[in-house]
Ligand binder design. Structure first.
Ligand code: ZN
Length: 693
């Protein structure tokens, strides 16, 4: 790979693929019919994908395929089968989210590059380093990162880094959104996001659409990203039209080549799709109200047929991007021949039905022959040199030369399309059924002030890492077993989080609750016990095993699983499920409450955003050293499974996750759980019965 940043385009369908390649993409990413984080895109059948890979390879364009959904137990073998197919083509990389699949692929096809999808929520140096250590060749960074934070990651690891540069922004950190799943059973972690967040949700004093961000555009910053160590500039939009793809690729192509994109192109790019214009708020660390936007009537009307027609010009014609050289032989009494080479592959053809005759006129016009061979328009090839071998007394019809050139390039193309398969050894999915212990209860508290009088009924208390050590010591003195929870995300705060962990460790607290691979990395580095949170998105036995291998003491499973699906998850590592609490539906770096004139000053208390029907969702702002780090949008009602805990749940512990409750309420709820009482008031069974698509 050259040092130039790779322009990586979405290819949601074959038409978008052509648009991307003809307008200058270096690489494309696409999904198969299954297990792709854009299940609604047209996506590619196996035949189409094989064809697409050949098409791209002939043109020096790399193809990465997304298998980046969380996988249910019974989907793993089909996903592996699909990855075996991808190795047979072979593609240039596979993007994954599911830790189980990730580890299986590292064993099954170590030679196939695996990229960690942005769905893995990686955003710290430790997280990226751990991904590399586990065998990732590339890390797709979270979209919320600032340039300084990207630099920090790149300075500490040599794993390839890929960053989004243009397209839609999710409100939530990718991989941490359960909004569409909880509200409609369509899991964003399984490619089924219903984009519920684009509907009006109003924060007090906000914009009225306080869960909808403008689209991002970092095209102006591509050079800075490259200097920061990013090797691939990714364009979002597998659901978008070919015209959009071509516009974005073309603009990125200019930027990556160090040129300024023509203003007309940028205007067209803005017109073809935006949500009230673009934002670079995350990259420039200027977050806030300015970043919010929706698709307005003007935005829709901007995408006129004139804009589409002008963008169509960008990919009407094949781009001549593969340099080749020709050598022709023309001798009296012999068949003319032509050799073409791309530097690696060489093909020679001769015209056996034609014997060159002596020229009527001398000297022969070899310049004309050269000019004829240079005519490679309409092919992916760019002629960079022609050599003619001749006795200089011979004639050859132009039509014969044209025929030789066409045939030579065709054969070269076929040769370029071939590539040996990447070896794939199908792993055996052995699975020991899990034998759970009698279910214990743990309490997760947002602050030590919530810990109730009867907390001794809990096996363990999970408290924030920032809890003062004296408070922790006093709770330990009361006989409580403590786990300290790292923030679920900590952009730019790895050092501070690590220092806080060290302080706790030095005071004898060596158990930590982690919600992200970045946290797991810190636990490994400090040699302390890691307990996985629900946000590790553990979906299947292989994923449980992956975390066991990483040294985890135990892990929570994803709350997107049903009771039946939980029953299928085998392995020996102790696992827990969420049994009580308002589930965090989103984790966002852009606090919706900060859209009010008071900003995050409001966030000392729990405030609410409201949907159109007046349903209220609490929003809680997590701070570090007084500065907001992220906000969680919580469900409008708590999950309550108190009366179902003894009915054969395949888990060793249940977690009561206290958020908006005070100590008295926490105590009452715990009491009801101990008594296995039926829930009353407003509550939900969550996805435990419903499940997700
Ligand atoms: Zn806030």
């Amino acid at each position: 790979m050259t040092n130039k940043i790779e322009v990586l385009a979405p290819a949601g369908n074959p038409a978008a693929l052509r648009a991307a390649v003809f307008s200058g993409a270096d690489a494309v990413y696409m999904g198969g019919a299954l297990f792709s984080a854009r299940a609604n895109a047209v996506n590619f059948s196996r035949e189409e994908m094989a064809e697409a890979v050949r098409f791209a390879r002939e043109r020096n364009v790399r193809v990465y395929v997304t298998v980046n959904t969380l996988l249910k137990e019974d989907e793993l073998s089909e996903a592996l089968d699909f990855c075996a197919f991808l190795c047979s083509l072979p593609v240039d990389g596979i993007l994954v989210q599911d830790m189980g699949l990730f580890m299986l692929l590292r064993a099954a096809c170590p030679d196939m590059p695996v990229h960690t999808s942005t769905q893995m929520s990686l955003h710290t140096p430790g997280g990226a380093m751990l991904a590399k250590e586990l065998g990732a060749s590339r890390v797709v960074l979270a979209r919320e990162m600032s340039l300084a934070e990207i630099r920090e990651v790149s300075a500490e690891t040599d794993v390839e880094l890929e960053a989004f540069v243009h397209g839609a922004l999710c409100m939530s950190l990718s991989g941490q959104c359960y909004f569409s799943a909880m509200l409609g059973g369509r899991s964003g972690n399984r490619g089924r996001c219903a984009q519920t967040c684009r509907l009006p949700f109003a924060a007090p004093g906000g914009t009225g659409h306080d869960l909808s961000l403008k689209d991002m555009s970092f095209i102006d910053h591509i050079t800075q990203l490259q200097e920061a160590g990013v090797c691939s500039a990714k364009i979002e939009g597998r659901m978008k039209r070919p015209e959009y793809v071509a516009a974005a690729v073309s603009a990125c192509r200019h930027a990556a080549d160090g040129e300024k994109a023509p203003q007309a192109l940028l205007d067209d790019l803005n017109a073809v799709f935006s949500r009230s214009g673009f934002t670079d708020g995350y990259l420039s660390a200027k977050r806030g109200r300015e970043m919010f936007g929706i698709r307005t009537k003007e935005d829709v009307e901007g995408a006129s047929s004139a804009v589409f027609a002008s963008l169509h010009e960008l990919y009407k014609n094949e781009m001549q991007r593969v340099p080749v050289t020709f050598r022709a032989g023309v001798f009296t009494g012999e068949n003319p021949w032509l050799t073409v080479s791309d530097g690696e592959n060489t093909v020679t053809v001769s015209e056996d039905t034609h014997i060159c005759e002596a020229a009527m006129k001398l000297p022969v016009n070899t310049e004309r022959w050269t000019a004829q061979l240079q005519k490679t328009g309409g092919t992916p090839y760019l002629c960079t040199g022609v050599e003619i071998e001749t006795d200089e007394k011979t004639a050859v019809p132009i039509s014969v030369l044209n025929g030789l050139r066409r045939r030579a390039l065709e054969l070269l193309g076929e040769k370029r399309q071939e590539k040996p398969a990447v070896p794939f050894a199908m792993p055996e999915l052995r699975k020991e059924p899990h034998r759970p212990e009698k279910l214990k209860l743990r309490g997760w508290f947002q602050s030590a002030e919530q810990v109730p009088e009867n907390a001794h009924l809990l096996e363990k208390l999970i408290l924030p890492l920032e809890t003062p050590v004296e408070t922790l010591e006093s709770l330990r003195g009361d006989g409580h077993s403590l786990i300290l929870a790292l923030p679920r995300a900590f952009w730019g705060l790895e050092k501070e989080v690590r220092e806080a962990m060290c302080r706790c460790r030095d005071a004898g607290f060596t158990h930590f609750h982690v919600g992200n691979l970045g946290g797991a990395a810190l636990c490994r580095a400090l040699d302390v016990s890691a307990h996985g949170g629900f946000s590790m998105n553990v979906f299947n036995t292989q994923s449980v095993n992956a975390f066991e291998k990483l040294g985890f003491a135990d892990t929570e499973l994803s709350f997107e699983l049903t009771k039946e699906e939980i029953a299928q998850v085998g392995g020996t590592l102790p696992r827990g499920i969420l049994v009580y609490g308002r589930q965090p539906l989103m984790l966002t770096r852009n606090c919706p409450l900060a859209n009010s004139p008071k900003g995050c000053l409001n966030c000392k208390h729990t405030l609410y955003i409201r949907d159109r029907k007046g349903v209220e969702f609490p929003v809680q702002c997590t701070k570090w050293g007084g500065r907001p780090v992220y906000s969680e949008v919580l469900n409008s009602v708590p999950l309550v499974l108190s009366d179902w805990l003894d009915h054969g749940v395949n888990a060793d512990f249940g977690v009561l996750r206290f958020t908006v409750e005070n100590a008295v309420e926490c105590g009452e709820i715990l009491e009801r759980f101990i008594k296995r009482e039926k829930p009353h008031g407003d509550y939900t069974r969550g996805l435990f019965t419903r499940g997700v698509l």
